[in-house]
Write a protein that binds this ligand. Structure first.
Ligand code: ADP
Ligand code: MG
Length: 540
């Protein structure tokens, strides 16, 4: 409860209690002092009075002379201002003399030294020598009323004075407390304002005391807080503007990225279309090569056949005109038949050769553009492929040597294999054999369990190390715009790994040549077969 009291109340209560205590102590000690001093005053007066009386009485202290003192005593007690109210003188047995208002029964005497309080009248008894050897006494009543009144007035006035002083002091304290309370309230209000966010608030400084110093410190602290607050506001505003511009930027960038993404997607679509077209045109180019090969290969047997047929025709024509004139001998006739027989043999052989060429070309063409699966002897397919490609590599004087196990039968996709070999051969003449004096290709194939390992080696320029790891990437070419599309080996990679279910790797040494190695399963994994109308056309 005490803690919840206001400071002012506490100060006032404290001041009040202090004042009361001080006042109490002061009044008590003052009263004590006055009483004590009154008592000692009384004792002093009594002792003086007793001496005086003693001195006055002793010369007449005999039964016969004592009455002389009557007038003196009457005078002593009779005067208005006298403090002695009565006097009696006794010789020890009876009262010899009395003056003043002696009470009916003589009051018991009091010892001034033992007095604790001052009574209205003090009855003092003092021994005197009477008749030179009797012990008599003298008793008188000493009035102290004036002194008591004086003392009371003194106490009253002093208390009043003290009370006034203390009231004044209390008033000052209250006023001070009020003023202090007001200043504290000011400070408090300022604190509240600051707490509520009014950082411009300052406390007026009108003094040089501790509170003013506190107010100065408070104002200084508020300055600092206000400064911080302004800085904070500024930085918040800055952050907000940065944020909003960042947001705008992000939005803008996002939009740009979206657009870029869209156009990139278009480009990718375009590229995919182009890739498809290129793949298609690679296939068509191979087909073109095949047609050229067919034309070239058929040229020899058909030319021979034509030559033989023409010579037979000529022989027949001259034989016919001589037969009409009738001068043909039997030997001549037999020789003609013999020649005919030989020519016809040649003719049949040439035509057979042409027919077989056509049939193998037909197979290769079908294989090459179809994705058909079938059983085939590896050696024959490689042979036929090389033959069909002869026009391509022969003009570069390329020699191809083969080391192929003869009884390798594959159940796979010959079209894919033909396309892979066409690509290898095309690549050698395009990339490997520049300035090579004796360009050679060596193809080897060996069984390894249910797989076959085929190596295709050239003695060309080789491939730099940094290109090797990018070789199978689509569009990687060192002859961009110069006969290269960068798709050949990528297609080979896809055919080997996806269609044939095998692996392809390459090793190369600059200046020595390149080897492509294929490891293929003899029985390829199964795929959904595609039929091409072109294939059907060729087959029909
Ligand atoms: N036998 C080879 N000798 C040297 N370089 C080759 C050989 N085969 C392929 N390359 C290199 O590999 C690259 C990629 O070949 P390829 O995918 O067929 O694309 P392209 O032939 O259209 O350039 C070629 O550009 C060439 O640099
Ligand atoms: Mg190529």
């Amino acid at each position: 409860m005490f803690k919840s009291w206001s400071l002012k109340l506490k100060i006032t209560l404290f001041g009040l209690s202090l004042m009361t205590a001080v006042l109490g102590v002061l009044i008590w000690s003052m009263a004590h002092f006055i009483r004590e001093s009154t008592l000692s005053q009384v004792r002093l007066s009594l002792s003086e009075t007793s001496q005086l009386l003693n001195l006055a009485i002793v010369p007449y202290a005999t039964d016969t002379q004592v009455h002389i003192l009557q007038d003196y005593l009457n005078e002593l007690v009779g005067s208005h201002s006298s403090l002695i109210k009565y006097i009696i003188i006794s010789n020890g047995q009876k009262i010899m003399l009395k003056a003043g208002n002696v009470p009916l029964t003589l009051p018991a005497p009091q010892n001034p030294d033992n007095l604790k309080v001052v009574p209205d009248i003090i009855h003092v008894r003092q021994r005197i020598l009477f008749n030179t050897d009797d012990i008599g006494y003298l008793q008188y009543g000493y009035q102290t009323t004036d002194m008591t009144l004086y003392r009371a007035a003194l106490i009253r006035n002093a208390s009043l004075g003290l009370f006034l002083v203390l009231t004044l002091a209390l008033l000052s304290i209250t006023l001070l407390g009020h003023r202090l309370g007001q200043r504290l309230r000011n400070l408090n209000a300022a604190f509240m304002d600051i707490a509520n966010g009014d950082y411009s608030r300052r406390v007026p400084i009108d003094n040089h005391d501790e509170l003013s110093r506190l107010a100065i410190l408070f104002n200084r602290m508020t300055d600092a807080v206000e400064e911080r607050w302004r800085a904070l506001l500024a930085s918040r505003a800055e952050t907000q503007s940065l944020n909003s511009s960042l947001e705008k930027n992000v939005e803008q960038r996002t939009q740009q990225l979206r657009e870029a993404n869209r156009s990139l997607q278009n480009v990718v679509d375009e590229l995919q279309r182009a890739q498809k077209q290129l793949v298609q045109s690679e296939k068509l180019a191979a087909l073109g090569q095949l047609v050229a090969g067919v034309a070239h290969e058929l040229g020899t047997p058909l030319g021979n056949a034509l030559l033989i047929a023409t010579s037979i025709e000529e022989q027949d024509r001259s034989f016919q005109s001589r037969a009409e004139t009738g001068n043909i001998s039997r030997i001549e006739f037999m020789s003609l038949l013999d020649t005919h027989q030989q020519s016809l043999d040649l003719l049949v052989r040439s035509l057979n050769r042409a027919a077989s060429l056509i049939s193998s070309f037909k197979q290769i063409a079908v294989d090459q553009i179809s994705d058909q699966r079938r059983s085939f002897p590896l050696e024959r397919t490689i042979h036929e492929t090389i033959t069909s490609m002869e026009p391509t590599y022969r003009k570069f004087h390329v020699r191809i040597s083969l080391d192929i196990e003869s009884d390798i039968l594959m159940d796979s996709y010959p079209g894919a294999l033909i396309q892979i070999f066409s690509n290898f051969i095309n690549n050698t003449v395009l990339h490997a054999f520049d300035h090579i004096i004796e360009p050679n290709i060596h193809i080897a194939a060996h069984r390894q369990g249910d797989q076959v390992m085929i190596t295709f080696t050239d003695n060309g320029t080789g491939i730099p190390q940094e290109n090797l790891k990018r070789l199978f990437e689509p569009f990687f070419t060192t002859r961009m715009g110069n006969g290269g599309t960068g798709l050949g080996l990528h297609i080979c990679y896809n055919l080997v790994t996806a269609t044939l279910g095998g692996e392809i790797s390459v090793a190369s040494t600059l200046g020595q040549g390149t080897t492509f190695t294929l490891i293929l399963p003899l029985i390829a994994p199964r795929h959904a077969e595609k039929s091409l109308s072109v294939v059907q056309q060729i087959e029909s």
